[in-house]
Design a binder for this molecule. Sequence first.
Ligand code: BTN
Length: 319
Amino acid sequence: MLTLLKLLKDGRFHSGEALGVALGISRSAVWKQLQHLEAELGLTIHKVRGRGYQLRAPLTLLDPAGVAEYSPSSQWPVLVFDSLDSTNAEALRSIERGMAAPFLVLAERQTAGRGRRGRKWVSPFAENLYYSLVLRIDGGMRQLEGLSLVVGLAVMETLRDLGIAGAGLKWPNDVLVGEKKIAGILLELVGDPADVCHVVLGVGINVNMQEADEVDQQWTSMYLEAGRAFDRNLLVARLGGVLQEHLNRHQSSGFAVLQAQWEQGHLWQGRAVSLIAGVNRIDGVVMGIDGQGALRLKVDGVEKVFSGGELSLRLRDDS
Ligand code: BTN
């Protein structure tokens, strides 16, 4: 099925006969595979009598060689999958199998993309970026402090570099444009954080997505912000470059060296918010973050510090 897609990805018309010859199958088998492509991957294929079949828009698929072309100095092996349950899940399985970190797992789609706090991450085929970078951490807890904020900062800067000027951060690690989410980050950890462990830095970026009824929060994409499509291989390369640079600084000097840069990108500095922790809610005003990436909130006139993966922020109506 994906061999057929690769023939169609140029966005031009291809006759059923030519496709059948290229694949060594009958025209009716081509027809069946086309129907499969539409049903399985949600692609729209135009069928015009006398001309053949054409994808609604040309597709650029993820390709390790394409990524390498844009980032010749990167040392991270890149694994690309047509379809996965979740790139984070595959990354964890690869660690289990003994694959040596660092390495990067990408997929064209996820059937069970994971979001924070048990949410689903909507992951249609060939539209967005589903990215999991695996690192081996042997420097103890300090190397984990603020790590998810470092990833958020790298994603935000990459988006800004590519022209999404309004991209900003929401603690702990959402990337928004205005109040709409454009990227999310989910870190998963295996091993002993006090000794040797592996961390999966999972990043989802809405790249060329224009419609998605299933997303249950306000969202946008690079396409919707810039009015043009982006090459995801270039995005992988650019993100890798920025991430590598920030991870090096974080590893050698700790999160505190990136604290000011992170706060500059924080869209909710000084805003009145509610911090949600399960069923509990704390109202306060955002002061910023500390040198470990924890949130500083002024609550009833007193500054308090909060950290933890299950926390999330909402703007208050009076903010
Ligand atoms: C969030 O809820 O904001 C976090 C979303 C993280 C989604 C990415 S997509 C790549 C990686 N694989 C997953 O299953 N989740 C992360």
